[in-house]
Design a protein around this ligand. Structure first.
Ligand code: NAD
Length: 274
Protein backbone atom coordinates (compact mmCIF):
# COMPACT_ATOMS: atom_id res chain seq x y z
CA UNK A 1 0.00 0.00 0.00
CA UNK A 2 1.37 3.41 -0.99
CA UNK A 3 0.47 6.59 0.85
CA UNK A 4 -0.84 8.12 -2.42
CA UNK A 5 -2.37 5.05 -4.07
CA UNK A 6 -4.75 5.95 -6.94
CA UNK A 7 -4.10 9.69 -6.53
CA UNK A 8 -3.18 11.97 -9.44
CA UNK A 9 -0.76 14.88 -8.98
CA UNK A 10 0.25 17.81 -11.17
CA UNK A 11 3.70 19.20 -10.38
CA UNK A 12 4.60 22.54 -11.98
CA UNK A 13 8.35 22.95 -12.31
CA UNK A 14 8.44 19.16 -12.18
CA UNK A 15 11.43 18.88 -14.52
CA UNK A 16 14.12 19.82 -12.02
CA UNK A 17 15.06 20.22 -8.39
CA UNK A 18 12.33 20.20 -5.77
CA UNK A 19 9.55 19.59 -8.31
CA UNK A 20 11.37 16.61 -9.74
CA UNK A 21 11.94 15.12 -6.28
CA UNK A 22 8.21 15.50 -5.54
CA UNK A 23 7.30 13.69 -8.79
CA UNK A 24 9.58 10.77 -7.93
CA UNK A 25 8.60 10.56 -4.25
CA UNK A 26 4.87 10.77 -4.99
CA UNK A 27 5.20 8.09 -7.69
CA UNK A 28 7.01 5.81 -5.24
CA UNK A 29 3.89 6.09 -3.04
CA UNK A 30 1.47 5.20 -5.84
CA UNK A 31 0.55 8.49 -7.54
CA UNK A 32 0.25 9.15 -11.27
CA UNK A 33 1.89 12.42 -12.29
CA UNK A 34 1.54 15.27 -14.79
CA UNK A 35 5.05 16.70 -15.02
CA UNK A 36 4.46 20.32 -16.06
CA UNK A 37 7.47 22.44 -16.95
CA UNK A 38 8.68 25.02 -19.42
CA UNK A 39 11.72 22.75 -20.11
CA UNK A 40 10.77 19.75 -22.22
CA UNK A 41 13.95 17.63 -21.97
CA UNK A 42 14.18 17.46 -18.17
CA UNK A 43 10.39 17.07 -17.96
CA UNK A 44 10.43 14.04 -20.25
CA UNK A 45 13.31 12.55 -18.25
CA UNK A 46 11.15 12.77 -15.13
CA UNK A 47 8.26 11.09 -16.95
CA UNK A 48 10.60 8.20 -17.82
CA UNK A 49 11.76 8.00 -14.19
CA UNK A 50 8.17 7.89 -12.91
CA UNK A 51 7.31 5.19 -15.43
CA UNK A 52 10.37 3.21 -14.34
CA UNK A 53 9.01 3.38 -10.78
CA UNK A 54 5.85 1.76 -12.19
CA UNK A 55 3.41 4.69 -12.31
CA UNK A 56 1.74 6.54 -15.15
CA UNK A 57 3.03 9.97 -16.12
CA UNK A 58 2.65 12.56 -18.88
CA UNK A 59 4.71 15.62 -19.70
CA UNK A 60 2.89 18.91 -20.19
CA UNK A 61 4.74 21.94 -21.52
CA UNK A 62 3.72 24.76 -19.24
CA UNK A 63 4.62 28.40 -18.97
CA UNK A 64 3.53 29.09 -15.42
CA UNK A 65 2.57 32.68 -16.34
CA UNK A 66 -0.02 31.53 -18.89
CA UNK A 67 -3.64 31.06 -17.74
CA UNK A 68 -4.32 28.75 -20.71
CA UNK A 69 -1.27 26.56 -19.98
CA UNK A 70 -2.33 26.13 -16.36
CA UNK A 71 -5.88 25.25 -17.38
CA UNK A 72 -4.61 22.72 -19.91
CA UNK A 73 -2.15 21.09 -17.48
CA UNK A 74 -4.83 20.51 -14.85
CA UNK A 75 -7.33 19.29 -17.47
CA UNK A 76 -4.74 16.82 -18.74
CA UNK A 77 -4.68 15.16 -15.31
CA UNK A 78 -8.43 14.54 -15.57
CA UNK A 79 -8.45 13.50 -19.22
CA UNK A 80 -5.37 11.27 -19.31
CA UNK A 81 -4.79 10.13 -15.74
CA UNK A 82 -8.38 10.06 -14.48
CA UNK A 83 -8.40 12.63 -11.68
CA UNK A 84 -6.80 15.57 -9.91
CA UNK A 85 -6.02 15.21 -6.21
CA UNK A 86 -2.68 16.95 -5.59
CA UNK A 87 -0.90 19.98 -7.03
CA UNK A 88 2.61 21.17 -6.23
CA UNK A 89 3.49 24.64 -7.57
CA UNK A 90 7.27 24.36 -7.82
CA UNK A 91 7.81 26.41 -11.02
CA UNK A 92 9.97 29.32 -9.99
CA UNK A 93 12.86 31.58 -10.91
CA UNK A 94 15.42 33.42 -8.80
CA UNK A 95 15.75 36.34 -11.20
CA UNK A 96 14.96 37.54 -14.72
CA UNK A 97 16.54 35.25 -17.30
CA UNK A 98 17.10 32.40 -14.82
CA UNK A 99 17.22 29.04 -16.60
CA UNK A 100 17.39 25.81 -14.63
CA UNK A 101 20.20 24.33 -16.71
CA UNK A 102 22.81 23.86 -14.01
CA UNK A 103 25.18 26.23 -15.81
CA UNK A 104 26.78 27.52 -12.63
CA UNK A 105 29.57 29.34 -14.45
CA UNK A 106 27.10 31.46 -16.41
CA UNK A 107 25.17 32.20 -13.21
CA UNK A 108 28.35 33.18 -11.38
CA UNK A 109 29.29 35.36 -14.37
CA UNK A 110 25.94 37.17 -14.19
CA UNK A 111 26.47 37.81 -10.47
CA UNK A 112 30.07 38.88 -10.89
CA UNK A 113 28.93 41.47 -13.45
CA UNK A 114 26.83 43.07 -10.71
CA UNK A 115 29.22 42.45 -7.82
CA UNK A 116 29.87 46.10 -7.08
CA UNK A 117 26.15 46.86 -6.86
CA UNK A 118 25.38 43.60 -5.04
CA UNK A 119 27.79 44.42 -2.21
CA UNK A 120 26.19 47.86 -1.70
CA UNK A 121 22.81 47.48 0.04
CA UNK A 122 21.61 50.97 -0.87
CA UNK A 123 22.44 50.72 -4.58
CA UNK A 124 21.24 47.14 -4.86
CA UNK A 125 17.85 48.35 -3.67
CA UNK A 126 17.58 51.74 -5.36
CA UNK A 127 18.91 50.38 -8.68
CA UNK A 128 16.92 47.16 -8.59
CA UNK A 129 15.67 46.63 -12.15
CA UNK A 130 11.94 46.86 -12.80
CA UNK A 131 12.09 44.11 -15.42
CA UNK A 132 13.50 41.67 -12.85
CA UNK A 133 10.76 42.65 -10.40
CA UNK A 134 8.07 42.02 -13.01
CA UNK A 135 9.52 38.75 -14.35
CA UNK A 136 9.94 37.18 -10.92
CA UNK A 137 6.52 38.24 -9.67
CA UNK A 138 4.95 36.93 -12.90
CA UNK A 139 6.40 33.41 -12.55
CA UNK A 140 6.59 32.95 -8.78
CA UNK A 141 3.45 34.74 -7.61
CA UNK A 142 1.04 35.05 -10.55
CA UNK A 143 2.05 31.57 -11.71
CA UNK A 144 1.13 30.18 -8.30
CA UNK A 145 -2.23 31.97 -8.34
CA UNK A 146 -3.06 30.62 -11.81
CA UNK A 147 -2.15 27.06 -10.85
CA UNK A 148 -4.27 27.20 -7.68
CA UNK A 149 -7.26 28.65 -9.56
CA UNK A 150 -7.03 26.15 -12.42
CA UNK A 151 -6.67 23.25 -9.99
CA UNK A 152 -9.46 24.32 -7.66
CA UNK A 153 -11.89 24.52 -10.57
CA UNK A 154 -11.24 20.82 -11.18
CA UNK A 155 -11.29 19.35 -7.66
CA UNK A 156 -15.00 18.68 -6.99
CA UNK A 157 -14.11 16.12 -4.32
CA UNK A 158 -11.42 18.19 -2.65
CA UNK A 159 -7.65 17.91 -2.82
CA UNK A 160 -4.32 19.14 -1.53
CA UNK A 161 -2.37 22.03 -3.04
CA UNK A 162 1.22 22.66 -1.96
CA UNK A 163 2.94 25.93 -2.83
CA UNK A 164 6.66 26.76 -2.68
CA UNK A 165 7.39 29.84 -0.58
CA UNK A 166 10.84 30.33 0.98
CA UNK A 167 12.68 31.55 4.05
CA UNK A 168 13.24 34.60 1.82
CA UNK A 169 9.53 35.41 2.12
CA UNK A 170 9.99 36.34 5.79
CA UNK A 171 13.61 37.48 5.90
CA UNK A 172 15.02 40.12 3.52
CA UNK A 173 18.57 38.73 3.90
CA UNK A 174 18.07 35.60 1.84
CA UNK A 175 16.98 36.92 -1.57
CA UNK A 176 16.54 39.86 -3.93
CA UNK A 177 13.63 42.29 -3.50
CA UNK A 178 11.65 40.61 -6.28
CA UNK A 179 12.31 37.08 -5.04
CA UNK A 180 11.61 37.85 -1.37
CA UNK A 181 8.43 39.78 -2.14
CA UNK A 182 7.21 37.08 -4.53
CA UNK A 183 7.64 34.47 -1.79
CA UNK A 184 6.00 36.66 0.87
CA UNK A 185 3.14 36.93 -1.62
CA UNK A 186 3.03 33.17 -2.11
CA UNK A 187 2.69 32.75 1.65
CA UNK A 188 -0.24 35.19 1.91
CA UNK A 189 -1.80 33.71 -1.23
CA UNK A 190 -1.56 30.27 0.36
CA UNK A 191 -3.41 31.43 3.47
CA UNK A 192 -6.00 33.26 1.36
CA UNK A 193 -6.60 30.23 -0.85
CA UNK A 194 -6.75 27.92 2.17
CA UNK A 195 -9.48 30.01 3.76
CA UNK A 196 -11.39 30.44 0.50
CA UNK A 197 -11.25 26.79 -0.53
CA UNK A 198 -11.72 25.01 2.81
CA UNK A 199 -15.44 24.72 2.10
CA UNK A 200 -14.62 22.85 -1.11
CA UNK A 201 -12.50 20.34 0.80
CA UNK A 202 -9.31 21.69 -0.73
CA UNK A 203 -6.35 22.14 1.62
CA UNK A 204 -3.62 24.61 0.67
CA UNK A 205 -0.28 24.66 2.46
CA UNK A 206 3.13 26.15 1.76
CA UNK A 207 6.62 24.79 2.15
CA UNK A 208 9.16 27.51 2.89
CA UNK A 209 12.52 25.87 2.25
CA UNK A 210 15.86 27.15 3.40
CA UNK A 211 18.87 26.56 1.15
CA UNK A 212 18.28 23.35 -0.81
CA UNK A 213 20.79 21.88 -3.25
CA UNK A 214 19.35 22.50 -6.72
CA UNK A 215 20.29 24.31 -9.92
CA UNK A 216 18.86 27.46 -8.33
CA UNK A 217 21.27 27.47 -5.40
CA UNK A 218 24.33 26.15 -7.28
CA UNK A 219 25.48 29.75 -7.52
CA UNK A 220 25.44 30.07 -3.71
CA UNK A 221 27.65 27.00 -3.32
CA UNK A 222 29.96 28.26 -6.05
CA UNK A 223 30.67 31.66 -4.46
CA UNK A 224 32.30 31.06 -1.06
CA UNK A 225 31.65 34.63 0.18
CA UNK A 226 27.93 34.14 -0.48
CA UNK A 227 27.69 30.77 1.27
CA UNK A 228 29.77 32.05 4.20
CA UNK A 229 27.23 34.87 4.64
CA UNK A 230 24.35 32.44 5.04
CA UNK A 231 26.03 29.53 6.83
CA UNK A 232 26.07 31.09 10.36
CA UNK A 233 22.27 31.39 10.14
CA UNK A 234 21.80 27.63 9.61
CA UNK A 235 22.22 25.68 12.87
CA UNK A 236 22.41 22.37 10.98
CA UNK A 237 25.31 23.88 9.00
CA UNK A 238 24.46 22.37 5.62
CA UNK A 239 22.15 22.74 2.67
CA UNK A 240 19.04 20.59 2.55
CA UNK A 241 18.29 18.00 -0.10
CA UNK A 242 15.37 17.92 -2.51
CA UNK A 243 14.34 14.60 -0.92
CA UNK A 244 13.89 16.39 2.40
CA UNK A 245 11.45 18.82 0.77
CA UNK A 246 9.65 16.03 -1.12
CA UNK A 247 9.09 14.13 2.14
CA UNK A 248 7.39 17.19 3.65
CA UNK A 249 5.33 17.60 0.47
CA UNK A 250 4.34 13.93 0.73
CA UNK A 251 2.95 14.49 4.23
CA UNK A 252 0.98 17.53 2.99
CA UNK A 253 -0.24 15.67 -0.10
CA UNK A 254 -1.43 12.65 1.84
CA UNK A 255 -4.45 12.21 4.10
CA UNK A 256 -2.04 12.15 7.07
CA UNK A 257 -2.32 15.96 7.05
CA UNK A 258 -6.12 15.97 6.70
CA UNK A 259 -6.65 18.69 9.35
CA UNK A 260 -3.81 20.93 8.16
CA UNK A 261 -4.48 23.92 5.91
CA UNK A 262 -3.19 27.48 5.56
CA UNK A 263 0.10 26.49 7.18
CA UNK A 264 3.72 27.06 6.19
CA UNK A 265 6.40 24.46 6.90
CA UNK A 266 9.92 25.83 7.03
CA UNK A 267 12.24 23.01 6.09
CA UNK A 268 15.39 25.00 6.69
CA UNK A 269 17.87 23.33 9.05
CA UNK A 270 16.80 25.61 11.89
CA UNK A 271 17.09 28.99 10.10
CA UNK A 272 14.25 30.47 12.17
CA UNK A 273 15.63 29.52 15.58
CA UNK A 274 17.18 32.97 15.79
N1 NAD B 1 16.44 25.59 -3.91
C1 NAD B 1 16.16 26.33 -2.84
O1 NAD B 1 17.00 26.53 -1.95
C2 NAD B 1 14.80 26.93 -2.68
C3 NAD B 1 14.52 27.57 -1.47
C4 NAD B 1 13.27 28.13 -1.27
C5 NAD B 1 12.33 28.06 -2.27
N2 NAD B 1 12.62 27.44 -3.45
C6 NAD B 1 11.58 27.42 -4.48
O2 NAD B 1 11.30 26.10 -4.85
C7 NAD B 1 10.85 26.08 -6.22
C8 NAD B 1 11.69 25.10 -7.01
O3 NAD B 1 13.03 25.61 -7.07
P1 NAD B 1 14.29 24.67 -7.31
O4 NAD B 1 15.31 25.06 -6.33
O5 NAD B 1 13.86 23.25 -7.44
O6 NAD B 1 14.78 25.26 -8.71
P2 NAD B 1 15.05 24.53 -10.10
O7 NAD B 1 15.62 25.55 -10.98
O8 NAD B 1 15.82 23.27 -9.87
O9 NAD B 1 13.59 24.11 -10.60
C9 NAD B 1 12.66 25.07 -11.00
C10 NAD B 1 11.82 24.50 -12.13
O10 NAD B 1 10.84 25.47 -12.53
C11 NAD B 1 10.81 25.50 -13.94
N3 NAD B 1 10.31 26.80 -14.40
C12 NAD B 1 10.94 27.99 -14.32
N4 NAD B 1 10.18 28.94 -14.89
C13 NAD B 1 9.05 28.34 -15.33
C14 NAD B 1 7.90 28.77 -15.99
N5 NAD B 1 7.72 30.07 -16.37
N6 NAD B 1 6.93 27.87 -16.28
C15 NAD B 1 7.08 26.58 -15.94
N7 NAD B 1 8.17 26.08 -15.33
C16 NAD B 1 9.13 26.96 -15.02
C17 NAD B 1 12.23 25.25 -14.38
O11 NAD B 1 12.31 24.84 -15.72
C18 NAD B 1 12.65 24.18 -13.38
O12 NAD B 1 12.34 22.89 -13.86
C19 NAD B 1 10.95 27.52 -6.72
O13 NAD B 1 9.71 28.15 -6.60
C20 NAD B 1 11.94 28.14 -5.76
O14 NAD B 1 11.78 29.53 -5.66
C21 NAD B 1 13.82 26.88 -3.68
Amino acid sequence: MGRLDSKVAVVTGGGNGIGRACCERFASEGAAIVVADVMEGPGRDVVAKVEAIGQRAVFHQLDATSPDDNEAAMQRALDELGGLDIVVTSAGISGKGYVSDGDTQAAVGRMAGNAEVAMDPIRSFTEFPLDDWQAVLDVNLTGTLLAIQSAARRMPNGGSIITLASIAGKQPEAGTPSYSVSKAGVWMLTKFAAKSLAGAGIRVNAIGPGFIETNMTAVVSAIPQLWERFLPHIPMARMGTTAEIANTALFLASDESSYTTGEIFHVDGGFYTE
